[in-house]
Design a protein around this ligand. Structure first.
Ligand code: HEM
Length: 437
């Protein structure tokens, strides 16, 4: 079967320019071309998956036939062979060793970190002042993942460095993934910044791990679980390099995505008074005057729907895979080494499954309506063996931060928000006035 080629291809640059310029409009339009569409990232041919059915096949049913794709290669100098980029049996072993760190009981411990960190943020707000909310939420997301990882003092230095470097690395990484290879070798400030940020993060995280090796105490943090994990077959612990790669991976994967959801959730709550009213009513009913605890999170069903809707509307743009063996996909036969692009954003904005997709509507997530969605249509956390290991962590964090902020302050937009792009739409200058309730 011949696969249609996306319109707008240029010699040498392929579709890189229209992709970087038009972003969601470019990939959204590919839905009209077919279930599978050819796009060119510079000279590299890739296949864009434009239907839930094939998204599910790649992520879940045929997951073992794919490796992580080109985008992840670009992060390898930074994250080594951590969970987000590793493949096959090594990935499976690491995943098994790390899973206990994300067990319900552990998340209950991090919930207290989340509540405290969110309280500190709102304690710092002066009534009536205008805050740059996306900056506050980025800071909060760094503190939460950072403190969940490192509870000891030296971890504080690593957290400060993450605050400085993680966003530089993510932004430049996605640009590298979509650009022809020579771009990353150019002596431009973006490349220098990327390399320097990586070097600084590596240095400080190594220092933290060194300080903790030989210390058998369970500090209750993520780093303790990584250091104490044992391979179920050999009984061996992870090497220092492996622990290092996983720490950097968690810092990278766990911060930007959550900060993004947190910033947009306050934007949407402010823009939709009925949503705000229902959120407050639920907080009042479930919590009364109490502080939120982990046990409250599943009871906050409406807040949960608001979170789902934020993850639908503002998900990652692209996720990549590469065929490890020959794969039959949507009638085409893909030889090993074929790059495949998936797009949670394109799936989540398909008007067939999400009518009026730009409208923010938590009612899409009543159990009846959510139950009608086909597999692959809603994939904010991916799926299958590579599904986000931090999904419960993130949903807990969102609920706790929303509860802590909304009960103390009403956030009122001070000016229209703008959007900037990394591998998602990020609010730019989300200026909000914080008015005490
Ligand atoms: C709202 C927040 C989040 C979103 C939307 C999100 C999204 C995703 C997605 C789509 C993937 C799959 C990527 C792929 O298949 O290639 C993923 C993987 C991953 N995420 Fe998250 N994530 C979030 C929060 C977190 C948090 C808080 C952590 C850790 C503290 C985390 C750690 C990871 C890791 C380690 C992977 C790789 C898993 C594997 O391949 O086995 N994420 N995430």
């Amino acid at each position: 079967m011949s696969v249609p080629v996306a319109p707008g291809r240029l010699p040498f640059l392929g579709h890189t320019l229209p992709m970087l310029r038009k972003r969601f409009a470019f990939t959204g339009n590919l839905r009209d071309q077919g279930e599978l569409v050819e796009v060119h990232l510079g000279p590299l041919r890739a296949l864009f998956v434009a239907s839930p059915r094939l998204t599910h096949q790649v992520l879940v049913t045929d997951a073992s036939k794919f490796h992580k794709g080109r985008m992840y290669d670009k992060f390898r100098p930074f994250v080594g062979n951590g969970l987000a980029v590793s493949n096959g049996s090594f990935h499976l072993r690491q995943r098994r060793m790390m899973q206990p760190a994300f067990h319900r009981d552990r998340i209950a411990g991090y919930a207290e970190v989340m509540r405290r960190a969110a309280t500190e943020v709102v304690d710092g707000w002066q009534p009536g002042e205008v805050r740059q909310l996306e900056a506050d939420m980025q800071g909060l997301a760094v503190t939460i993942v950072g403190e969940a990882l490192f509870s000891t003092e030296i971890g504080g230095k690593a957290i400060d460095e993450a605050r400085r470097s993680v966003f530089v690395i993510i932004r430049n990484g996605i640009m590298r993934a979509l650009s022809p290879g020579f771009v990353e070798k150019l002596p431009i400030p973006a490349n220098r910044e990327f390399d320097e940020a990586i070097a600084r993060m590596r240095a400080i995280v190594s220092e933290v791990i060194d300080s903790r090796r030989g210390d058998d105490t369970d500090h209750g943090d993520l780093l303790s679980t990584l250091l104490m994990a044992r391979d179920p077959e050999t009984g061996e612990p992870m090497t220092d390099d492996e622990v290092f790669d996983e720490v950097i991976t968690l810092l990278t994967a766990g911060i930007e995505t959550t900060a993004l959801a947190l910033a947009w959730i306050f934007h949407e709550i402010a823009a939709n008074p009925e949503v705000e009213r229902r959120v407050l009513a639920e907080l009042e009913e479930v919590l009364g005057d109490r502080e939120i605890t982990i046990d409250d999170v599943p009871r906050l069903t409406y807040v949960g729907r608001v979170a789902q809707e934020v993850l639908r509307k503002y998900p990652l743009w692209l996720v990549m895979r590469r065929t490890a063996v020959e794969v039959e996909l949507g009638g085409a036969v893909l030889p090993p080494g074929t790059e495949v692009i998936l797009s949670p954003h394109t799936m989540h904005h398909d008007p067939v499954h999400f009518p009026d997709p730009e409208r923010f509507d938590p009612e899409r997530w009543t159990p009846e309506r959510a139950g009608e969605l086909p597999k692959g249509a809603f994939v904010p956390f991916g799926g299958g063996i590579h599904q986000c290991i931090g999904n419960h962590f993130a949903l807990t964090e969102i609920a706790i931060v929303v509860a802590t902020v909304c009960r103390r302050f009403r956030l009122v937009p001070d000016r229209p928000v703008r959007t900037k792009f990394t591998n998602a739409a990020y609010p730019n200058d989300l200026m909000m006035r914080v008015v005490p309730r």
